[in-house]
Design a binder for this molecule. Structure first.
Ligand code: CU
Length: 134
């Protein structure tokens, strides 16, 4: 008797799990926003990967796992070469400030378009990156 109750419960739970799995597969548009990691390196100074493509609402998290200061900015006012940065029209520039080794900084992209950003301490060395938001 105990076995048959257990068996019935097991079947019900299995059916519920199968239904959930089906919903998760059928409704990809309802998938939760993602966080994509971009790492910062010292030798040479660069963003890894250089370009990330994400969906509107996703977040990029920059991780300074190097040994020197890095930063992330789209602000043309602080760039040595203003063409090293760009944002879609109407989007305010962002700036992480200096990130010490081990620091993380993230930004959630809500406006589609192409964002060119740079690292202030290493702009001269070509430390720039791109985020494409679909
Ligand atoms: Cu840098």
């Amino acid at each position: 008797m105990c076995e048959s109750i257990f068996g019935t419960t097991f079947k019900r739970v299995s059916a519920a799990l199968a239904a959930l799995l089906l919903v998760a597969m059928v409704v990809p548009s309802m998938a939760a926003a993602k966080t994509v990691e971009v790492k910062m390196s010292d030798t040479p100074p660069k963003f890894i990967p250089l370009t990330v493509t994400i969906q509107k609402g996703d977040t990029v998290e920059w991780i300074n796992n190097a040994a020197s200061l890095h930063s992330v900015t789209t602000d043309s006012a602080s760039a040595q070469n203003p063409t090293d940065v760009s944002s879609p029209k109407g989007v305010k520039p962002f700036d992480s400030g200096f990130m010490a080794p081990g620091a993380k900084w993230s930004y959630t992209f809500t406006v589609p378009g192409t964002y060119k950003y740079l690292c202030l301490p290493h702009e001269k060395e070509g430390m720039t990156g791109v985020v494409v938001v679909k």
